[in-house]
Ligand binder design. Sequence first.
Ligand SMILES: NC(=O)c1ccc[n+]([C@@H]2O[C@H](COP(=O)([O-])OP(=O)(O)OC[C@H]3O[C@@H](n4cnc5c(N)ncnc54)[C@H](O)[C@@H]3O)[C@@H](O)[C@H]2O)c1
Length: 263
Amino acid sequence: MTDKQIAVITGGASGIGEATARRLAADGYAIAIVDMNEARGEEVAASISAGGTPAKVFRCDVANAADVDRVAAEVEKQLGPARALVTSAALIPNTEGIMDMDMDAHERMWQVNYHGTVHTCRAFGRQMIARKQGAIVTLGSINSYLPLPLPAYNPGKAAIQRLTQLLAVELGRHGIRVNSVAPTYVMTPPLRAKVESGHRDLGKIMSVHALDRLPEPGDIANAIAFLCSDQASSITGVLLPVDAGWLSAVSYKTYAGGVPWEQ
Ligand SMILES: NC(=O)c1ccc[n+]([C@@H]2O[C@H](COP(=O)([O-])OP(=O)(O)OC[C@H]3O[C@@H](n4cnc5c(N)ncnc54)[C@H](O)[C@@H]3O)[C@@H](O)[C@H]2O)c1
């Protein structure tokens, strides 16, 4: 047990989740990393602990509701009840058509990305309800807004937005806020691997943003930390884009009449 507030980060062993674990540790939370990748989670937890903040890793498959319930009880026993929850665990796919897709992979992606978010919000949300306080941030995406050819991931991220709104209303009466962030492409290990293997075109990515830079994992972590903080005490049910202007630029920059400064 620690006297610090507890932040639980699913997917905290890598990428955006890792950056969020480090940022929330800097904000004074004790950290529970909930991830399938225990070895990498241990490295992150050890490096956070070395800075003086309690951090532990809990191996868990978020797709498995019983596993999530078990881990939630373990986190409460070892560290304390969750004050903040960030649901970053997910699988990131390659482009595919609905007629050709592998249905087992489709099912697994829904189980991890969408149902995993449901399971963790239920298990840790109950700890927050018991104490009438808490903040949850789910991981949406630019996929939450518009169709992209990722038939499980894309509607899954739209569903997470709606789930976030439902939870915001259901948990609001218990003093719990529930929000989502919508990153554009962020150079984390899965995106880097996809660019290197030719499954994502960096030139195309850069051509549909307003800014000439992509967000870093730490930029997403900053937005999440804000939504977890008391500075956001009147904000609930929102989907906050952290997208270098993708939402504004994606239609503008593909306009059939051309872009003024390119003519
Ligand atoms: N990187 C991007 O471009 C981008 C853009 C928008 C949204 N997102 C979202 O941000 C989140 C994090 O993505 P990332 O790029 O940091 O990915 P990442 O692969 O670096 O991190 C994901 C983590 O989730 C863990 N994980 C996967 N399946 C799990 C399971 N069943 N149970 C528990 N843990 C599991 C992995 O072990 C990994 O540590 C995801 O929700 C993703 O959809 C990413």
